[in-house]
Design a protein around this ligand. Structure first.
Ligand SMILES: [Zn+2]
Length: 196
């Protein structure tokens, strides 16, 4: 895959999280009666993406059926949500702490509904991955959970080595839904800004 395709694919994979970061930073400012600033919106975007920082290595390696394993570094809700909230509260203020909490939570929910094998919602109490409305060994379930071994087996049998191209660089339901939701969030953000 060419670098241009990897960058475009990475942008489209991240578009819904970016839009949510913009929306949440603006809506939180509105609720707290604060002025919206470029700094605040930029922080919202960073807050919605920071969990995937380690995935930058994929620009070199390329995406494949084992891409989800990058989620084994930061995608632990019970750990990262309180740590991020407290760190931002101590280092800045309640506004930034609230934005990082909401945007990080959105990212984790998105990763648990969209593509991949979910996240470890109960870590450190359970090492299982959980996903909502997804397929486990091709069977659709409201809540699916995988042990590490089950996840490896499911990825080996049903993973797609070309998921980035097939889902994000060609017309697909995933692409249309995520672009639609992103537009909704960005347009809503504009209305909130005008109402501020
Ligand atoms: Zn992620």
């Amino acid at each position: 895959m060419k670098l241009r395709e990897k960058v475009l694919g990475g942008f489209l994979v991240s578009l819904l999280d970016i839009s949510a970061g913009v929306f949440l930073s603006i809506v939180t400012a509105k609720f707290l009666g604060l002025k919206i600033s470029l700094c605040a919106v930029s922080f919202g975007i960073i807050s919605s993406l920071w969990l995937d920082l380690d995935a930058l290595s994929l620009l070199k390696k390329g995406a494949g059926k084992w891409t989800h394993e990058h989620r084994n570094l930061f995608h632990f809700p019970l750990v990262v949500l309180p740590v991020a909230f407290i760190a931002c509260y101590v280092l800045s203020n309640g506004y930034y702490a609230t934005v990082v909490l909401l945007a990080t939570f959105f990212h984790l929910v998105h990763d648990s509904i969209g593509i991949g094998w979910g996240v470890k919602w109960l870590y450190p109490f359970s090492h299982k991955n959980y996903k909502f409305f997804g397929l486990k060994f091709k069977e659709r379930r409201i809540v699916s959970s995988w042990t590490k071994e089950e996840q490896r087996r499911d990825a080996t049998l049903n993973g797609d080595d070309n998921w980035l191209r097939n889902l994000y660089l060609r017309p697909s339901v995933v692409l249309f839904v995520e672009i639609g939701l992103s537009l909704f969030l960005l347009i809503s953000s504009m209305f909130v800004v005008m109402a501020l």
